[in-house]
Design a protein around this ligand. Sequence first.
Ligand code: DC
Length: 204
Amino acid sequence: MTGALVVAIDGPAGSGKSTVARAVAARLGLSVLDTGSMYRAVTALALRAGLDPHDADKVSILARDADLVVGDRVTSLDVDLTAELRSDGVNEAVSVVAAHPGVRAALVERQRAWVTTHGGGVVEGRDIGSVVFPHAAVKVFLTASDAERARRRADDEHPDSVARRDRLDEGRVASPLRPATDAHVLDTTGRAVDDVVDEILAWL
Ligand code: DC
């Protein structure tokens, strides 16, 4: 991936990551990778297999070995998991799954391989600038007020569930949700998407 352009976009749930990442990718003609959907897909597969999400060994092996295709839709062995990714069961278990170092190691490897295959891209998540691509061309850490984040997620998930996930994601030992020291921290509260995208592109 030497020389490939990587834009890292991190932040908590409801900070505007997915919308901004897609818009930045469209403006730059790059592909976009939603790494949260990878953690969600592993969680969905673990639940399907009847695994306990706390079972670090079994879930990590699953994350390493599962057939997983992540794009507009997320599939495993031609089973379309897209609708399941936002289910209550996945919302509830994904932070437990994402806290296992073995799961993180397996998915970080897949994320780096994805960028190599795609010749760069816009990658959104929680640890992209801090861990996965520490040499990304631009690192952005999006935030928004609690009220705005709750409002943006309201269609998808109950505010208590989002707050619980944020707490677990921030408090975990392996790659806790934190801005990279050299990330641009950008508050998207009340701002238009195009305006945020213009600001990010000016950092390139
Ligand atoms: O972005 P999202 O809400 O779809 O992410 C789902 C969960 O996955 C989130 O609660 C934390 C985890 N996650 C992570 O630990 N690291 C990433 N790079 C992306 C997501």
